[in-house]
Design a protein around this ligand. Structure first.
Ligand code: B4P
Length: 184
């Protein structure tokens, strides 16, 4: 059963690769960013609470994302595998996930760390031009990545769960390297 977590700075290609892989494996692609954006579009209570954080490049409070991940992982289509994209983004969220999976008698998840230099990810995000892709907000997202998310690399390496893929290649090349790493 495939349970995969995609880790990496904004613009490293997490969403892009997770979506392709999930489609090929016929398992759900669970992107906390996408779920939050949909909730903001629909102005649900979650969306209203998340808006100011997402717009300024800050992380949404743990409780909000943890609740949505717990609910999503309990749905029937997630019982035969999943790809988590954008969660966990902090050690506290990783601890929460570990406890949740243990409670559900699920384990063996692997973590793909996709990396690319700041210059490359900033150029990609500016070209995409989403609402939270302005230069100032991208800089803040990168800072938050470095302080909050990057420590997860050691966290998962210590647990022998980490796989590393070079995100500074074309989308097709990243997909090929990812396939290789997953089947090694
Ligand atoms: P996300 O939606 O996760 O945003 P992201 O980090 O920018 O990644 P994304 O997946 O969209 O981009 P990708 O690299 O694939 O989060 C948005 C916000 O939601 C966060 O800032 C935060 O506020 C909130 N949030 C989400 N999860 C949270 C959590 N767990 N806790 C708290 N808050 C949370 O792609 C970027 C661009 O690069 C695309 O245009 C793509 O086409 C292009 N690209 C990808 N691969 C490429 C390649 N190899 N070559 C060239 N271009 C490529």
């Amino acid at each position: 059963m495939t349970r995969l977590i995609f880790l990496g700075p904004p613009g490293s290609g997490k969403g892009t690769q997770a979506q392709t892989l999930a489609k090929n494996l016929h398992i759900p692609h669970i992107s906390t960013g996408e779920i939050l954006r949909q909730a903001m579009k629909e102005q649900t209570p979650l969306g209203i609470k998340a808006q100011s954080y997402v717009d300024s490049g800050e992380l949404v409070p743990d409780q909000l994302v943890q609740d949505l991940v717990q609910e999503r992982l309990n749905q029937s289509d997630a019982q035969s595998g999943w790809i988590l994209d954008g969660f966990p983004r902090k050690v506290t969220q990783a601890v929460f996930l570990e406890e949740l999976l243990a409670k559900n008698h699920q384990s063996g998840e692997k973590v793909v760390n996709l990396d690319a230099p700041d210059k490359v990810v900033v150029a990609r995000l500016l070209a995409r031009g989403r609402k939270d892709d302005s230069e100032e907000v991208i800089r803040r997202r990168l800072e938050v990545y470095r302080t909050e998310t990057a420590p997860l690399i050691d966290y998962y390496r210590d647990r022998q769960r980490l796989l590393t893929v070079n995100g500074d290649q074309s989308q097709e090349e990243v997909t090929t390297e990812l396939q290789k790493v997953l089947t090694a």
